[in-house]
Design a binder for this molecule. Sequence first.
Ligand code: ADP
Ligand code: ADP
Length: 227
Amino acid sequence: MPILEAKGVRKVYRGDGVETEALRGVDLKVEAGEFTALVGPSGSGKSTLLHLLAGLDVPTEGEVFLDGVRVDRLSRAARARLRLEKVGLVFQAYNLLPVLTALENAAFVLEARGVERRVREAKALEALAALGLKDKAHRYPRQLSGGEQQRVAVARALAAEPLIVLADEPTANLDSRTGLALVERMKALNEERGVTFLFSTHDPRLLAHVRRVVRLEDGRVVGEERA
Ligand code: ADP
Ligand code: ADP
């Protein structure tokens, strides 16, 4: 059974009298343990597909499964619970909470799961340290650069030790050293803990490590390569 699946997925955005068909019938299966990239030009539907697989939004037509559960039939609250249990998200629009420090942000998913303070802070600190942010753990987002804020968002996703990580351009805005450290951290989690990764990227450092690349164009899967 695939851990992520989209079946005949269409997504139409409607607003201000404008309709955009962002996905035009996408079929995709991702098996547990994959480290897979979504590539394609800007506007091809990569973010939309990641949002649907994460249960952040529902398709206009078609079916979405996450670890065997049909996500698009669930209520918003049930989707949120499932996400909290199983998915780490690294999305531009899924921002840090400005009133929490980097450490509190990184521990946030664990707190929502009811993990006790000492344990969640230790895990959050470990994730921050792995991303080179140990000495900035007590800063608020506004006291961090854009690249650092993004690393905190990644730490938050990884600290919760999810089964699946869905990421939209995770290395964008990172300098080369930090970007490389993040790629290595992701690869280690995939190989050592079997975490499944699906991410959109243009980054050759990240593409160098993938075994499967799925190409989207104009809302359709137009090709696939396996290394
Ligand atoms: P990519 O991630 O590949 O750049 P997106 O999934 O962001 O592609 O966008 C696919 C298409 O859907 C684009 O034409 C984009 O303008 C449109 N789109 C994305 N999100 C929205 C939205 N919330 N409302 C309206 N149109 C959107
Ligand atoms: P990056 O390339 O990681 O985005 P910058 O070159 O923007 O980093 O920032 C360099 C350093 O300046 C960072 O280590 C960060 O701690 C500090 N810094 C950047 N913006 C702010 C800010 N708004 N408040 C406090 N410190 C900041």
